[in-house]
Design a protein around this ligand. Structure first.
Ligand code: SF4
Length: 396
């Protein structure tokens, strides 16, 4: 499995697969084809269906500037390999298209050519399933934080410190911003209202909602967030970490350890299923984030490896089947609210698991596989096309 650096990335929202991935692809194509007179970029499937709401065209044009860019929208063509396909072409002086390059934005800002996915950039971890990881940890008598330190490069703690700070900033900035979220829904931000509610009541749930909403609203507005594991689910982990810090005074070290635990859970989901809403629906984005956060909270609360696995299993299991149905294609409704609910549910999953001895019937790996199969069976309109689910009530 990949390094956690490939999972947690700092960048601008609102969509890791629709903005960060295409931006990386455009950047690479531009550097490999600097002499083009202009560029043509064909977007397929989900990238074309919801690319406008997710600013895909904007980010590609901006990255390939100052050269002209023609964007071709082909929502009707869904590539077998992954629904987020795109083809770059360099147009020469005579108007001829050269060097076609087809690449896929496979979730969390990662890009892959056909056949590349599932092959880690560099195999940082030797284990592929959570069962293997836990077995190893038990044998070595180490926890998941120590497991990460054992396999990652020496600078991982510095990297995670930067991630922690970026998460906190996304919450703090979100809590001090009142502007309307860009887009035709003209949504008012809500994080500040929930913060005021928390201040009045000292109700922990209100604090979780406020912090998760703050980061999710920052993402929806295109500001800097951390993929955890994606942009659309960027409010869940910061939400619960910041609320735990406010309310229970957990330390920075506990948050770093929580990031390691959550990272391994996310890594297993990314490796064995998917974190792409276009591929498996929102169960792979907000569901995955809830699972990661649940495991992290269980670790912070002093959970055993079995209790952590159980918390992660609960977090994902109760999001099985959740569709990706963003209204008008914006990462706003239901996404923002969904982050707040998932952050609270992560806490509940951890508390639930901590009230047991950690023994459970369905394993985390089985839920991950079930999530993948459910995603495969999910009709296309429920996978980030803005055609089905809640999105159907609003026409383009
Ligand atoms: S519904 Fe979920 S998967 Fe779809 S765009 Fe929103 S957060 Fe992402």
């Amino acid at each position: 499995m990949d390094s956690l650096k490939e999972l947690y990335k700092i960048g601008n929202g609102p969509s890791s697969s629709h903005t960060m991935g295409p931006q990386r692809a455009a950047d690479r194509y531009k550097s490999e084809n600097p002499d083009a007179k202009s560029y043509r970029v064909t977007l397929y499937g989900s990238l074309a269906a919801t690319g406008k709401g997710h600013l895909t065209d904007y980010i590609i044009e901006k990255t390939l500037a100052p050269k002209d860019v023609e964007i071709v929208w082909r929502a009707d063509i869904i590539k077998d390999y992954h629904p987020n396909g795109m083809m770059f072409e360099a147009i020469d002086e005579n108007g001829e298209a050269k060097n076609p390059w087809t690449v896929y934005s496979v979730g969390g800002g990662t890009i892959a050519e056909e056949g590349q996915r599932g092959n880690a950039v560099k195999e940082t971890y030797p284990h592929k399933t959570f069962a293997e990881i836990i077995e190893y940890c038990k044998k070595e008598n180490i926890n998941l934080y120590q497991y990460v330190i054992r396999y990652e490069e020496i600078d991982i703690l510095d990297y995670l410190e930067t991630i922690k700070d970026a998460m906190e900033n996304s919450v703090l900035e979100g809590l001090s911003t009142e502007e309307i979220i860009p887009g035709k829904l003209q949504l008012h931000r809500r994080a500040i209202n929930f913060l005021n509610n928390y201040k009045d009541t000292n109700d922990f749930s209100m604090d979780i909602y406020a912090c998760a909403l703050a980061a999710a609203e920052q993402n929806a507005s295109g500001y800097v967030i951390v993929t955890a594991p994606t942009c659309g689910s960027a409010g869940v982990l910061p939400g619960i970490f910041c609320a735990l810090k406010d309310h229970f005074k957990i330390t920075d070290q506990q948050i770093i350890e929580g990031l390691c635990v959550a990272g391994m859970i996310g890594n297993v989901i990314k490796t064995n299923a998917s974190i792409s809403g276009a591929e498996v629906g929102c169960q792979g984005e907000v569901g995955a984030a809830c699972s990661m956060a649940a495991g992290a909270v269980a670790h912070i609360l002093g959970g055993t490896l079995d209790q952590i696995e159980y918390a992660a299993e609960i977090g994902l299991e109760h999001h099985l089947g959740m569709t990706c149905d963003p209204v008008y294609g914006y990462v706003q409704i239901p996404c923002i609210e969904r982050n707040a609910m998932a952050a609270k549910r992560a806490y509940d999953a951890a508390k639930y698991s901590m009230a047991t001895d950690g023994q459970h019937t369905i394993t985390f790996d089985q839920v991950v596989e079930t999530m993948r199969e459910t995603g495969v069976d999910m009709m296309e309109k429920y996978r980030e096309t803005a055609k089905g689910g809640l999105a159907k009530w609003f026409s383009h």
